[in-house]
Ligand binder design. Structure first.
Ligand SMILES: [Zn+2]
Length: 113
């Protein structure tokens, strides 16, 4: 149990912005993030351009963050098409425990910080 760590589960959901959508987004479309996995509802689609804009932020949003960190407070991502009004809302939906030895083959070294 010494090697456990926690990541937040996430939900990323399409919401309306201040302009109409240009892309094929539908309000309410979403995907879930559990550990390394993205989970999409059956028979729903998600723009690969929007996904490309969202992906770099997900590992940080999964982790505990400083209360003063903008990465903790900011939870809306704009569509990368500047003419599209879609917003992608990232919320934390739960906590999940992982174990270092089950997620990597690199040995855990205890270090002074
Ligand atoms: Zn868009």
């Amino acid at each position: 149990m010494e090697d456990e760590f926690m990541l937040y589960d996430l939900k990323v959901e399409v919401e309306e912005g201040d302009k109409p959508f240009v892309c094929s987004h539908q309000v309410g479309d979403y995907f879930l993030v559990e550990g390394e996995n993205l989970i999409f509802p059956a028979n729903r689609s998600f723009s690969m351009y929007a996904l490309a804009a969202i992906l770099p932020l997900l590992p940080a949003k999964q982790r505990p963050l400083d209360d003063n960190d903008w990465m903790k407070s900011d939870e809306y991502i704009a569509c990368p098409d500047p003419n599209c009004g879609a917003r992608f809302h990232i919320t934390r939906t739960g906590k999940r425990i992982f174990y270092h030895n089950e997620t990597t083959v690199v040995p855990l070294e205890k270090r002074e910080r």
